[in-house]
Design a protein around this ligand. Structure first.
Ligand code: KG4
Ligand code: ZN
Length: 351
């Protein structure tokens, strides 16, 4: 076990379209968290353009890290600005994957350079493992084991979290991620980018029972499938062009949420979980949040919902995951590279 030289970890996140840096003490206490979103740069293309994302990370990484250090009361050498009882940064963690390779490389290279310059360990963090820690950061009293539903733009996973660092993947999507389905349906319906918030906004005005859509793989194990649901939306609108967009958005959202909530409850039951947590960008969805709280309460489970800022990409979750990884596995070698398709740790080979 290698503990960080000090309890302060600087985390960097550049896997997709947010440049983020945060300082976290003891793996739990967020001293600063800065997120610079690139949404404005990608919006006119209707999705993230990898080349533009990489360049924007390069421009933003220095100001974002500087702001995170300053907001935590630290100077550019990672040391306290004034004698305040604070320690200096003890380790630098960065997302090494999964994500866009050109985007990941910015954070990984910058983190390694800082670690070398400051003489502290570098820790490579799996982005999805970071999302898991978002719940622990905001609810340190969370009683384990819990089932975490990670629903982001690139991933849909049900994970059993037994204790920090010990996970098992219980189910995952066999095709599109939940967020990807929201983004594709939003693009098809002309609801903008990123798609989730656009679908949610439109759905508020619509009737969730207006269009009969499938609930793929409901009642059939813990894996998910969303690509058929997206296709069903496209087919319905193509056949009935007069259908109201809010009704389609509400019906799609209801179908996706039905499947996510049902499988999360089944997963919790299968491991005797004490609670349920949500993680990832889709966890910001109000309908999903309300439904999971209701279903969890009915099943006698504690439901923890991270704040919306902690659901979407941020670096506090990366610093927290880095803290625990360093304690468990020690520093990552400086030869660690970025891996665009890094798998989730604890992934058992699937049938
Ligand atoms: O975790 P995240 O910020 O980035 C990834 O790691 O992918 O998740 C982004 C995803 C996008 O697909 C976005 O459309 C979705 O989260 N999202 C939502 C909402 N807000 C963001 N999906 C549904 N409802 C929302 N309110
Ligand atoms: Zn994410």
């Amino acid at each position: 076990m290698t503990a960080p030289a000090s309890g302060l970890v600087l985390g960097l996140e550049t896997s997709c379209d947010e440049t983020a840096a945060a300082v976290v003490a003891g793996g739990r206490d967020v001293l600063s968290s800065v997120v610079s979103s690139q949404v404005d740069l990608h919006v006119r293309y209707g999705g993230v353009v990898p080349e533009i994302a990489g360049r924007a990370h390069l421009e933003q990484i220095v100001p974002v890290v500087s702001e995170a250090l300053a907001a935590a009361g630290l100077d550019r050498s990672g040391a306290p600005v004034s004698p305040s009882g604070l320690e200096s940064i003890g380790a630098v963690a960065a997302t090494v994957g999964p994500g866009l390779i050109g985007a990941l490389l910015v954070g990984v290279s910058f983190a390694k350079s800082l670690a070398l310059a400051w003489g502290v360990p570098f820790v490579g963090v799996n982005h999805l493992e970071g999302h898991l820690y978002a719940s622990l950061l905001e609810d340190p009293d969370l009683e384990l084991p819990v089932v975490v539903l990670i629903v982001s733009g690139g991933h849909t996973l049900l994970v059993a979290l037994e204790k920090p660092g010990h996970y098992a993947v219980l189910g995952e999507t066999l095709d599109d991620a939940a967020g990807e389905a929201f983004d594709k349906v939003a693009r098809f319906l002309g609801l903008g980018y990123p798609g989730g918030p656009g679908v949610e906004r439109a759905a508020r005005e619509g009737d969730p029972a207006a269009v009969a859509l499938p609930r793929p793989m409901l009642g059939d194990g813990l894996d998910f499938s969303f690509s058929g649901l997206k296709t069903a939306v496209v087919q319905h609108v193509t056949r009935h062009p007069e259908v109201s967009t809010p009704d389609v958005a509400a019906s799609f959202q209801a179908a996706a949420v039905d499947v996510l909530v049902d499988k999360t409850l089944v997963a919790a039951d299968s491991i005797g979980a004490r609670g349920i947590c949500l993680a990832g960008g889709v966890a910001a969805n109000t309908s999903l949040r309300e439904r999971i709280v209701g279903a969890g309460a009915e099943a006698g489970l504690r439901v923890f919902l991270p704040s919306r800022a902690m659901c979407t990409d941020n670096a506090a979750m990366i610093a927290a995951a880095g803290h625990f990884r360093l304690a468990m596995d020690g520093a990552s070698p400086m030869s660690t590279g970025a891996d665009a398709s890094l798998r989730f740790p604890g992934h058992e080979p699937r049938r």
